[in-house]
Design a protein around this ligand. Sequence first.
Ligand code: NAP
Length: 260
Amino acid sequence: MDLGIKGRNALVCAASKGLGFGSALALAKEGVNVTITARGAETLEQAAQKIRAAAPGVTVKTVAGDITTDAGRAEALAAAGEIDILVNNAGGPPPGDFRNWSREEWIKAVDANMITPILLAKAVVDGMAARKFGRIVNITSSSVKAPIPILGLSNGARAGLTGFVSGLARQVAKDGVTINNLLPGRFLTDRLRGTIGAQSKKAGDELEAEIAKQATTVPAGRFGTAEEFGEVCAFLCSVPAAYMTAQNVLLDGGNYPGTF
Ligand code: NAP
């Protein structure tokens, strides 16, 4: 299928690794010029080299900075130029017990996983509407649909984003702009490794065995890969997906147990 987005410009946030990287890679393979961000400059540059090697001919720009800050967002937006496709992503909040979280920790989670994607959408959505094409994909979490007890910060902050997006998507749908949320279940990224390692208190071979064991609990019999996540993200950004907006798309290998 031709996704129809060759030559478009994308800003993919938090994309030196994991799901953001997978999304940037898939978009670049479709001929989209990508600007990728992350805080660590060295890993970010390595990610850009991988994308350039896999998708020769597209422009890959890097912006090292914290996307949850005003400065980080301003630099990313300035570097990306006229943005047709925005993939919102940031690190997830830490796990824990809500009894131990201070106001500051809640503000940090809401800043990263709700306010940052809203401010980035605000910066680009009117230009997209004026040009009659735009795609915004928010990487959220399966926790929006089925809360994960130890990830209360994520459950709460992402639910706020989801409610806001549901309203905004309807306001710009007639202008060729779609806004959807992509909800990862369990994907084998550094974050998932870290979470499983912290919970199981295992490392090395023991951690690998624990990861393999937990993967069998997913109906698909495995964890997802960042690459396959990215390909679904690229589809949501495509021309054929033009009539699909305001949706929460769960990508979890069948893990969510409900019929709908
Ligand atoms: P990951 O493998 O740890 O990658 C996170 C990426 O985001 C890295 O490139 C990291 O680079 C960048 N990043 C983190 N904080 C940033 C910030 N403040 N500003 C700019 N870049 C930042 O994580 P992942 O598994 O891809 O997860 C991506 C998102 O999906 C997270 O919000 C996570 O909670 C959510 N999620 C993941 C899963 C899963 O199974 N993997 C499931 C549900 C939800 P730097 O550290 O260098 O900044």
